[in-house]
Design a protein around this ligand. Structure first.
Ligand SMILES: Nc1ncnc2c1ncn2[C@@H]1O[C@H](COP(=O)(O)OP(=O)(O)OP(=O)(O)O)[C@@H](O)[C@H]1O
Ligand SMILES: [Mg+2]
Length: 516
């Protein structure tokens, strides 16, 4: 045994000595060149061919790398002994499995076996770059048999892209992107958007609005999402625009979240005040992905599109004005100061122009509290396909909120009959937003369902002030005859007629919708 250890020590000593001699005689470059030559020679005689999918392509992110990572983490079988890295994004609800450095997974497509290897190497030198580069160079290497090449490429990669998109859509962790740090700033991967997991719980089920209008919007969205063939056949860009308008607290933002949850799309929340020029706006658009909702909230006041360049130079900043007219078209592409401003034509190009088609299956949503302040160019037929008015809380909406917050069945319950009739009679006159109704219900629900509803009724009555409750329901609620006389008079007034016709126009559809 002793001889064995002596022999082992001398062999190891000889190896270390030889290694030292090798290092001293041959410089590092020569050794690397020999290693490359050997690898190339091995590959030349290998029955396989190899393809690298790098994490970044030039200055920007490689879409295929992300897709491969997602696809492999859920589809492929890790090779025996492979070590999966386990991670969870900040705030995400589920874990993500990834391949650790140098590990392999096997997959099969159309009967052909393939192997993926994850290669991670430290970045040699930063070199000159406008932005910081990741410290490591990462890539996936695909190994396939030479004979399978024509069969697998590009069909296998198309399959991976489609599968990855579907996995992301199915997973609850969709992303909410913001451009809050300014359109000109990009991250290490070249994207001007900052993503965070999108976890808004609003759905069409919890959204309080008239059920018929809700169904119409859901049908429209469904038709859009499944409309690839239609858009291809008609030569239209696969995008759709919605304008949500109405008083604060009527559910415009909740509607956007419900749309995203319904379709499983990512949301890009575009902060216009952070965008310095039309060129920046275009860049932001180019960096959005398909199957996404691009949102501009409070479009009437987020930016003064008339002459931002001059406005910025003259403090104090004037309040935002209606969107600029089409006259400022020249400023969109002009040089000098004009190029540093964002104009209405730039915005319209963003939603409508050639650049808006650089992705597909995208929805644009604008919200405003004051539709009358918007430039007609934005409202013109075909620009925004659907105008959706988010109104004060109606009785139908109220029933949804009572179900959500107090667990009250849609048909009501035995104890709540009288108070329901009261709520029905006062809800329209109170002109209360769903947000305010929610507040009252949240505050009072721990005192029990009946008390919360009583409290809400009291709030409705005090809000209604001199306005009268609705006549039909007032009868049910046992209002006296004198009040009924007043209600008749109120009904005959032209104001009431106007309000009714406004309600009738709650959903306006433009030609784009009719063609569908
Ligand atoms: N239609 C609705 N259905 C259900 N909840 C609603 C509705 N409208 C408002 N809410 C509740 O009120 C809160 C505020 O609503 P939301 O932010 O969607 O209103 P908004 O119309 O976007 O207001 P703003 O114009 O001020 O942006 C929501 O978090 C939600 O709880
Ligand atoms: Mg909002």
């Amino acid at each position: 045994m002793k001889e064995y250890w002596t022999w082992l020590a001398s062999v190891m000593g000889a190896v270390v000595f030889l290694q030292g001699v090798l290092h001293a005689v041959f410089p590092a470059e020569l050794r690397a060149a020999v290693a490359r030559l050997v690898a190339r020679a091995t590959r030349a005689f290998s029955p396989y061919c190899y393809f690298d999918v790098t994490e970044t392509e030039g200055m920007s992110t490689n879409e295929i790398y992300d897709a491969v990572q997602l696809y492999l983490s859920s589809n492929a079988a890790p090779a025996a002994g492979a070590r999966l890295s386990l991670s969870r994004h900040h705030n995400a609800s589920s874990f993500t499995f990834g391949l650790a450095a140098s590990d392999r997974v096997h997959d099969a497509f159309l009967g052909a076996a393939v192997t993926w290897e994850h290669v991670v190497a430290p970045r040699q030198s930063q070199g000159f770059s406008w932005r910081p580069l990741p410290e490591e160079k990462r890539r996936f290497t695909l190994r396939i048999r030479r004979g399978d090449r024509d069969k697998l490429l590009p069909a296998y990669l198309d399959h991976i892209l489609a599968a990855a998109a579907e996995i992301r859509r199915r997973s609850q962790d969709r992303l909410l992107y913001t451009n809050a740090r300014g359109g000109a700033m990009v991250d290490a991967r070249g994207s001007p958007w900052d993503p965070v997991p999108f976890k808004h719980p609003s759905t069409f089920d919890t959204l309080a609005m008239d059920p018929d209008r809700k169904s119409a919007i859901m049908a429209d969205l469904r038709e859009f999402a499944g409309g690839r063939a239609f858009y291809e056949r008609t030569g239209r860009a696969w995008k759709r625009g919605y304008l949500l308008y109405g008083p604060p607290g009527t559910g415009k933002s909740s509607m956007i979240a419900a749309m995203a949850n319904f379709l499983g799309y990512d949301v890009y929340d575009l902060e216009l005040t952070e965008v310095g020029s039309n060129a920046e706006l275009r860049k932001l658009l180019m960096k959005t992905t398909s199957k996404s909702i691009i949102v501009i909230e409070d479009i009437d006041c987020s930016v003064d599109l008339t002459n931002r360049a001059t406005a910025a130079a003259a403090p104090p900043k004037p309040p935002a004005r209606p969107l600029a007219s089409m006259d400022d078209h020249d400023a969109a592409g002009g040089g000098g100061g004009a190029a540093r401003s964002i104009t209405l034509s730039g915005l319209l190009n963003f939603t409508d122009g050639l650049w808006s088609c650089c992705g597909s299956e995208r929805i644009f949503v604008f919200t405003t509290n004051h539709i009358d302040k918007l430039d007609p160019a934005l409202l013109r037929s075909g620009r925004m396909d659907m105008h959706i008015f988010m109104s004060y809380c109606s009785f139908q909406s109220l029933k949804i909120l009572l179900r959500n917050y107090l667990d009250l069945p849609d048909s009501g319950d035995a104890a709540s009959g009288a108070v329901m009739a009261g709520l029905e009679s006062w809800i329209d006159a109170a002109e209360i937003t769903p947000a305010d109704v929610s507040e009252v219900l949240i505050k009072n629900r721990r005192n029990g369902r009946e008390e919360a509803m009583e409290e809400l009724l009291a709030v409705l009555k005090s809000r209604a002030g001199k306005r009268r409750p609705s006549p039909a329901a007032a009868k049910e609620a046992g209002e006296n005859e004198e009040e009924e006389e007043e209600e008749k008079r109120a009904l005959e007034s032209p104001k009431e007629g106007k309000e009714q016709s406004a309600m009738d126009e709650q959903i306006e559809e433009t030609e784009g919708k009719k063609q569908l």
